[in-house]
Design a protein around this ligand. Sequence first.
Ligand SMILES: Nc1ncnc2c1ncn2[C@@H]1O[C@H](COP(=O)(O)OP(=O)(O)OP(=O)(O)O)[C@@H](O)[C@H]1O
Length: 674
Amino acid sequence: MASEDLMELKKSGNGSSADSHKKSKKTKIDSGSDSEEIKKSKKKDKKRKALSLDDQENGNSEVLEPDEKKKKKKKKKKDEDEAKLVEEDSEEKEEDPNALSNFRISVPLREALITKGIHALFPIQAMTFDTILDGSDLIGRARTGQGKTLAFVLPILESLINGPTKVSRKTGYGRAPSVLVLLPTRELALQVFADFEFYGGAVGLTSCCLYGNSPMGQQQVQLKRGVDIVVGTPGRIKDHIERGNIDFRSLKFRVLDEVDEMLKIGFVDDVEFILGKVEDASQVQTLLFSATLPSWVKHISSKFLKPDKKTADLVGDEKMKASKSVRHIIIPCSSSARSQLIPDIIRCYSSGGRTIIFTETRGYASELAGILPGARALHGEIQQSQREITLAGFRSGKFLTLVATNVAARGLDIDNVQLIVQCEPPRDVEAYIHRSGRTGRAGNTGVAVMLYDPKKSNISKIERESGVKFEHLSAPQPADVAKAAGKEAAEAIAEISDSVIPAFKAAAEELLHTSELSPAELLAKALAKAAGYSEIKSRSLLSSMENCVTLLLECGRPIFSPSFAYNVLRGFLSEEKVESIKGLTLTADGKGAVFDVSADDLDTFLAGKNAQGVSLEVVKELPRLQEKDQSRGGRFGGGRGGFSDRRNGGRFSGGRGGRGGGGGRGYGNLGRRW
Ligand SMILES: Nc1ncnc2c1ncn2[C@@H]1O[C@H](COP(=O)(O)OP(=O)(O)OP(=O)(O)O)[C@@H](O)[C@H]1O
């Protein structure tokens, strides 16, 4: 079996000395989180990691020492412009091994990068640049938002204009494409196309984007005229092949971005068909990228790559597979409470930036977008032209909340997405990783909130497989949200011009004279009105339902089953009241049960709390609950004692998730967005 080179960035911080650093064939880095790494990259930290090539099977490592790399670069012919640029970047070159000037990136491309504010390569880019430019097939993995797109765009372009594929690349009218990039969604195809268009354009290469539900004719004309780079979705590309519009005889590169999604059922046949159209695969470099590489992908993908392919894996065996620059929060919420809760979650955690809400179905995405003021839906049933308008509006800030299905889960790179809300846990862990990765990109931070129904959802599986340690929080309480809204309304009132006073003064004086309330109380009401409040309801910690209160029942001995809990309640409550309770769930410690009651019934329930040694109290912090798969003997968990909560000592750590629990500015947009 042919050996596969494995490149990996290793963590330092494990006692490796400077000396061993030099001797070691691996260059190690001190990596806290991805964002830290990227921030370090941005700050030109001297302790940058560099590249190491390990042989996956025998543990041998081939080293590209930074010094050797520099020598190699120095051999480059430099024209005047380049000399100037190098001079400008000389400080970076000395300080940052990943500075652009340390790579074989030609001047126009470097200039194009600098106009986008890019002065150094991100780790995955630095790690794979030479390997791709020098002709290897490659599988690349880095967490979401770490710059995988440029990791293939830059060396491909450089190879075509200055590198090994330059000589045999077709040029002129009617030329067949040199590069084929396949992506799973049209939005993603357009996004990657935009990068090729911009950076390729800077070096005189043309690109086109082929995706379904858009006119064939224009695409045909582009292909006929000749393009260097074809980006698209498998269905439409297959269509063009079948119509004889594309010729792959001159192909130099083929890229599967989001490779695991591309090789899933539904795409794999088309992908195989397309890749199979390359007659001499030995002449073509194949590159596969994704943030998630389940083992089955590695298996299937070996079919398409050469035996001496390389793997650049920045995630590797690390437990944490999702973005490290994202706060991962879960909040219990029944499906019927979602639409009431989500606006408050946005108020608490979006820091005034963009929010993407993920739903499991297209219908619910449309429904929710209809309910949430200022939100728009994006899913597969919406016409392509509308999808593009919606995404453009979201990118440009025309509206700040996008409600989407998994069509937006992968790859989309949108500035200032501060918050991701997942209405329920997704079916697979990859979806969780990609969805939550729409925030916290390129060294920024973000918040991902996932709602779950404690009686239905299995959080542990996602936690286990993604390596995420969820922060367990309860829903923000409306009273807390309202307090913050009141503060903002007060600030807004202070800014209103005095010119309005004469018009409103008479009504204000009239109110003061006729009302029994104090001036402060009246002003409080005015602030409530300004912030859009007419009443403040309580919210259950268990289901997030408004006007419900969560109670904890304990009876001095273990509660093994829901029916046992119901029987205890029947001891001091009427059947009617017992039947009115909602969402009864056993606690993880096996000692209690929590359930919701209507706020109006609270006194009736609390009146009987001392009966037969029973304790019944309003829950301030939701205790850890038994999960679906943790229970023995059915859905409600007959398991003795359930599972213990070693992490939080039996209590959720976050308590009320409202004030101070938010990311960044907290309730930055109260009263404005809704
Ligand atoms: N070297 C760099 N310096 C600064 N910003 C960069 C650099 N490389 C990429 N970026 C920016 O980082 C962002 C994320 O990049 P990209 O979309 O390629 O991430 P990704 O790893 O493909 O994420 P995902 O797995 O979610 O698709 C983009 O906005 C991109 O412009």
